[in-house]
Design a protein around this ligand. Sequence first.
Ligand SMILES: [Ca+2]
Length: 345
Amino acid sequence: MKTLNLFLLASSALFFSGASTLAGIKTVIDHNPNESATGAFKFKHVPPVSKNDAATKAKLTLVDGVQDENGGDLEKLHDGKAPAEEDQPAENFFFNAGTEGGRILLDLGNAIEIKQVNTYSWHPNTRGPQVYKLYGSDGKADGFNQQPKNGTDPEKCGWTLIAKVDTRPKTGEPGGQYGVSISDPESGLGKYHFLLFDMSRTESDDDFGNTFYSEIDVVDRNPSETSERSPAQAGSETVEAAGGTYKITIDTSETPDLTQWAHEKIAPMAREWYPKIVQLLPGEGFQAPNNFSIMFLKDMRGVANTSGTRIRCAGDWFRHNLEGRGRGVPRNGACRPAIRPGPAR
Ligand SMILES: [Ca+2]
């Protein structure tokens, strides 16, 4: 019967509607307990983490509170990625140990009709659950305060309270993965330019009550206006490595049939290996570029060449060598970034 119990536990994702702040707004909470939480980060009701929602290009600002330096920076909240493991500080943003949380501003660039706001977190203990208030604003009210500090009531300076979220279970262990989806199926959440997350720690019994937030997604009601095409279709994607220290642009706009392959094979390889290559090739006066691009060209002959921070690859050669040599070009080594002596920046 142990198997059955485990199965029941695994499938007992917590689900309820309610906790509405404004009429019609629903907050759905999914909880995958430690026993069933995996790197797949899948929930029963809450959508999976998105990498091309309206938050992907939003600007995030720490309004109040102190970031825990053991964690990732704010970029982790909209990089479209969830942690692969239950206790992976670098892949989450969290407020400093012993503090009461803080406030994060999300600037969407312009006012959009928001369909849904989804938030994700994962930790094996009390840093798993989410406790926050979500406010929205179009930024147009008289006396609008874009960055109200802790203690300033956002509702008194141009903000509207959208939802109060508290996913702490009444009974049982708090650890695991949480997905929260705030939406109004009838009329949407409203038209907002800014969102403000007022985040609280989940407990103050010890110093470790600040939630490991993994991602924030904002879903546009009219996605054609603002959302990007998925990286697999766009022809150009930028890969961040070493926590955003390095940015690698992979351009397949001339060779769209290679886009999916580049996304699946080249992007992860570049992300993993470029920081290692930089470390393996130290030297005085050397400064490895932080940004470079890899282009796959339609009419180029040969295999690949490098100029400055641009690597040019012959689409035709790679098309015929997709598995095996294509990924590393080991013989002539041309498909590596130019790391050459130069003035240190
Ligand atoms: Ca993330």
